[in-house]
Design a protein around this ligand. Structure first.
Ligand SMILES: Cc1ncc(COP(=O)(O)O)c(C=O)c1O
Length: 368
């Protein structure tokens, strides 16, 4: 029996990374600073530097809070509409409901990104914002979207939970919109050891407002100028992210190399549709999502071989109880029925990926 290959096992960090994280933990334990402080400030500066942006980076509690705070900063609420993709992680639509606005769902193209050709049909006088999602790590065409939104006076909140490190025309994912929102959830390409996120904006006034919303409406301690909340990033997570940022480029290289192996060897196999743009710079190779009419059978087959896979996502948002819509989103629904994420992470070896490839090919050999 072959050794199992999990979809993702975060206990597999290299020993030198584990040691660096343990060292950071001890260091922070002796300093006794667990909220705010130098690690959070340093992380904001280092992310800005890494993204090569003049935007203000505001670390926060997680990606969902980042999105909700972005909507609140833009004063989007009851009576407003926000365009969101039908296929995404639930947070993108959830936050719109949380602030009392209406999510207006848009179908996707075959790669899972919002279909920009449908925008004109969906925009109304009530449309205040749009939330493009760089799904699976592949960027939405931000040049096209920003020019459309600017013409209509519609704000862009970029959901960059999955796209850290990708860039388009030399400009990083997450700094194209009026506000950008990041998740550093542990399974992301740049992940903390717990919950964490960030909000970005180039607008200094918005940045101030976001800082206040994240910290009980205070510009300084004990002066509460607006109703905010506690959505601050834990210092310890900022500390861990400061360590992990040093590993990011190397991990990205590994992801891309493994993705290239999959592409080389799986091309032309069965009815597989491969993520053929995954090696481009506007894709950060977060997920390797294939599409096949035999998705459930292939998933089962790989599971029996000890290979973990995942589905991103099994249900479109407008088919979920809190968001039900009668409208059809035919492409997004096709993806929910055919998409399968194969393991792609920096802890995999080439040998393991070659075994996954072998098993996928074996599956199609058997069934054709
Ligand atoms: C597209 C998308 N949006 C938002 C989020 C929310 O981020 P978090 O889990 O940090 O709240 C995620 C994270 O899974 C995501 O993938």
């Amino acid at each position: 029996m072959n050794v199992p290959i999990p979809f993702l096992d975060l206990s597999l960090f290299d020993q030198d990374l584990k040691t660096a994280l343990e060292r950071k933990f001890s260091e922070m334990l002796s300093k006794g600073i667990f909220s705010g402080g130098e690690e959070v400030e340093l992380l904001a500066l280092r992310i800005a530097d890494f993204l090569d942006t003049k935007c203000t980076i505001i670390p926060c509690s997680n990606g969902t809070d980042a999105l909700e705070i972005a909507l609140r900063a833009l004063e989007i609420s009851i009576g407003d509409e926000v365009i969101v993709p039908a296929l995404t992680w639930v947070s993108t639509a959830e936050v719109v409901k949380l602030v009392g606005a209406k999510p207006v769902f848009i179908d996707t193209d075959r790669s899972g990104l919002m279909d920009l050709d449908l925008l004109d049909q969906l925009a109304t006088q009530k449309t205040k914002a749009i939330i493009p999602v760089h799904l699976y790590g592949k960027m939405v065409d931000m040049k096209k979207l920003t020019s459309w939104a600017k013409n209509k006076g519609i704000k862009i909140i970029e959901d960059n939970a999955q796209g850290f490190g990708a860039h388009q025309n030399g400009k990083s994912a997450g700094v194209w919109g009026d506000i950008g929102c990041f998740s550093f959830y542990p399974s992301k390409n740049f992940g903390a050891l717990g919950e964490a996120g960030a909000v970005t904006t180039s607008d200094k006034n918005l940045a101030k407002k976001i800082q206040m919303l994240i910290n009980h409406g205070q510009p300084i301690r004990d002066r509460h100028e607006m109703v905010g909340r506690n959505a601050r990033m834990d210092s310890i997570q900022a500390g861990f992210l400061n360590v992990k940022l040093d590993y990011f480029k190397n991990w990205q290289e590994k992801r891309k190399n493994l993705a290239a192996l999959y592409l080389d060897h799986l091309s032309g196999t069965g009815d597989l549709i491969l993520p053929d743009t995954i090696l481009n710079s506007d894709h950060n190779a977060h997920l390797f999502v294939i599409q096949t009419t035999l998705r459930n059978e292939l998933k089962q087959f790989l599971q029996e071989k000890g290979i973990g896979t995942s589905i991103h996502y099994p249900t479109i948002i407008p088919k979920m109880i809190p968001y039900l819509e009668e409208v059809e989103f035919s492409i997004a629904e096709k993806i929910t029925a055919s998409a399968l994420s194969l393991p792609l992470n920096p802890f995999l070896t080439e040998k393991e990926v070659m075994r996954i490839i072998f098993e996928v090919k074996l599956f199609y050999g058997k069934t054709s």
